[in-house]
Design a protein around this ligand. Structure first.
Ligand code: SF4
Length: 323
């Protein structure tokens, strides 16, 4: 991963994160051995990349410089990012371009659905940039994408990873009414770090969104994720787990934060695989239906297999309750 992804060549050499340009550099630490990933060389990786280009689709895999892209795309698993490639927020952990986005593309739902059908996916994850400029935060567009995928690929299960819609009334209900199989909204970090890491968001608002989705339709699986290694304490992570359980969230993901450029938040710590295993055991004990906690875990990493595990865990729980 580049240490200076601050110039955006696709945007004619403009700064990719203009709001971060004045910040002092945070030197990027060398990653430990357990974080290393192989360069993507698999032929299916190239097929997936070409399909995304042909359909003019944006992926969070590329925009966020995800370390798992080689593995995921070699299995045709790409997470499409809708509503453009430019985000109206400026989180200090995120590599997605920031600025003034273009108007929504009304044809995007069909192109996403066509790509899902062509990839032959059993499970797809759709995410987006934050669109605080839109009246509904993009909720109706999310719902249109879900409906288009249902029509083009009826056997594909759908997971959405949404922004918080800037607390816009009715937005989450519009998305929930389109009945995705999984509704994911990441808390990203512990509440104490929100002002520096996720300054445009409010911890309890994000928590409430997850709670309200579950109340709106209990059949939808809810999911949330955190990055660790930003300076949080173990007790703070445990508190977030408790908060998520109170909101009846089913699935928790925990992964290591990696610093995209010198202008982003510094890594405070590389959390060891043993510490991740400890977090996973804690989360299971707290009652999540499913937990994924490894250094390379990302919201959409192994989402296909995880969805099958999630469904099986719910069925096992219901069977136990009925016995
Ligand atoms: S983990 Fe998610 S964002 Fe990363 S490459 Fe895989 S699908 Fe894309």
């Amino acid at each position: 991963m580049s240490t200076r992804i601050v110039i955006d060549h696709r945007a004619g050499g403009a700064l990719r994160h203009p709001e971060k340009a004045h910040r002092p550099d945070n030197p990027i630490q060398r990653k430990p051995a357990w974080i290393r990933v192989k360069a993507p060389t698999h032929p299916v990786y190239r097929e997936t990349r070409d399909l995304m280009r042909e359909n003019k689709l944006v992926t969070v895999c590329e925009e966020a410089a995800c370390p798992n892209i080689g593995e995921c795309w070699s299995q045709r698993h790409a997470t499409m990012m809708i509503m453009g490639d430019t985000c109206t927020r400026a989180c200090s952990f995120c590599n997605v371009r920031t600025g003034q986005p273009n108007p929504l593309d009304a044809d995007e739902p069909n192109r996403v659905a066509d790509a899902v059908a062509q990839l032959g996916l059993r499970h797809v994850v759709i995410t987006s940039v934050d669109r605080d400029d839109l009246k509904d935060g993009g909720a109706a567009h999310f719902a249109a994408v879900i409906r288009a995928i249902r029509a083009a690929a009826p056997d594909t299960t759908i997971e959405v990873l949404t922004p918080d819609f800037l607390r816009k009334p009715g937005a989450l209900e519009v998305v929930a009414a389109a009945r995705p199989d999984v509704f994911n909204h990441n808390l990203e970090t512990v509440p104490r770090l929100y002002p520096t890491i996720r300054p445009g968001a409010r911890y309890f608002q994000s928590l409430r969104l997850l709670d309200e989705v579950k109340r709106a339709d209990p059949s939808i699986f809810t999911k949330s994720g955190l990055m660790v290694g930003l300076g949080e304490a173990r007790t703070e992570i445990m508190q977030v787990m408790d908060d998520l359980r109170v909101a009846d969230v089913d699935f928790l993901t925990l992964g290591q934060y990696l610093q995209p450029t010198v202008k982003h938040a510094a890594v405070a710590e590389f959390v060891t695989p043993d510490a991740f295993a400890d977090y996973a055991a804690l989360a299971r004990a707290k009652g999540f239906l499913l937990v994924s906690a490894t250094p390379l875990t990302r919201s959409s990493y192994h989402a296909d297999a995880d969805f099958a595990a999630l469904r099986a865990a719910r069925e096992a729980k219901l069977a136990t309750a009925a016995a």
